[in-house]
Design a protein. Structure first.
Length: 294
């Protein structure tokens, strides 16, 4: 069981790093690819990448699969709402809102999954939350930018939808493989994003001519690692642990984002960042190693 705890922490770190590439490399790619086209390509390429590994786990969209299809819509709603909301708020503010996912997931897990929360679990969630907020809040305060009310509201709805998705997912994992669940989500999201391509085509019908080879390579990396593999790790995390543990990836992701931003975008690291990272990892460790005792 001890080895399983360390495996879970490793998966959390990998998911956070892969997920962070979407934000950092995406910031570069979005200078050349419109946002809705970027999101569509991200999921379409990831779907194509998964096909050779998923012959036995492809979505069938049969009548008996309505539960997983409806559940996938919750995750797809998160992706689409985020694409709208991020246009009206800041990246820092969106990260603060999403840092509430572990707290919301814990509340939902308590009522829906009847998960027990002892003292150590609660302390772990709180310490991780404080660490994440300290990483994000400093640049937000210094820039005095909190986004707009409508933007923050849309991101909040997106945050709640993904929280419900992770928690409800635990109930159907006995009937579906992690790979099939992941494929349903990615396929559903890809299909739903098709109509939104028209927004970009109307505003800039020839954008593809201006995309550099570097941006295309980054786009492929985001699709493969930041989407296909990252979301698959999320599925495995929930299956091996709890929705709350999986959502704690969002406690580490700001750390990974700032670190990658330092490498690719030459952004500076601060002492509040280092302290926040330590608290976030401490919170995850306390919660994770408390699961076996509850």
């Amino acid at each position: 069981m001890q080895k399983n705890n360390y495996l879970i922490i490793l998966l959390i770190l990998l998911s956070a790093i892969f997920g962070a590439t979407t934000g950092v490399l995406g910031k570069i790619v979005l200078k050349e690819i419109p946002s809705f086209s970027f999101t569509f390509l991200r999921f379409f390429i990831s779907l194509v990448f998964l096909l050779p590994f998923s012959i036995k786990h492809l979505p069938t969209f049969k009548k008996g699969d309505w539960k997983i299809i409806l559940l996938s819509l919750l995750a797809s709603l998160n992706v689409i709402l985020f694409s709208f909301g991020i246009k009206h708020t800041t990246a820092n503010m969106s990260q603060i809102i999403y840092s509430a996912v572990p707290v919301v997931s814990a509340i939902l897990s308590f009522y829906i999954l009847k998960e027990k929360f002892g003292f150590n679990k609660v302390i772990g969630i709180i310490i991780g939350f404080i660490g994440t907020i300290s990483i994000i809040l400093m640049p937000l305060i210094s820039n005095n930018s909190g986004g707009t009310i409508i933007g923050n509201f849309i991101i909040t709805i997106a945050m709640i939808s993904i929280s419900f998705y992770w928690v409800l997912l635990k109930k159907i994992q006995l009937s579906y493989s992690s790979l099939k669940i992941n494929n349903y989500f990615i396929a559903t999201t890809t299909i739903l994003l098709i109509p939104f391509l028209f927004f970009d085509l109307i505003n800039n019908p020839y954008w593809i001519k201006d995309v550099s080879s570097t941006s295309f390579l980054y786009m492929i990396f985001i699709a493969v690692f930041g989407t296909a593999i990252c979301y698959l790790i999320n599925q495995v995390l929930i299956k091996k642990s709890t929705p709350v543990i999986n959502s704690m990836v969002l406690y580490v992701q700001p750390f990974a984002t700032f670190l990658l931003a330092y490498i690719f975008l030459s952004e500076k690291l601060t002492m509040s960042f280092v302290v926040g990272v330590i608290l976030s990892l401490l919170g995850i460790g306390i919660y994770n190693f408390s699961i076996n005792k509850s």
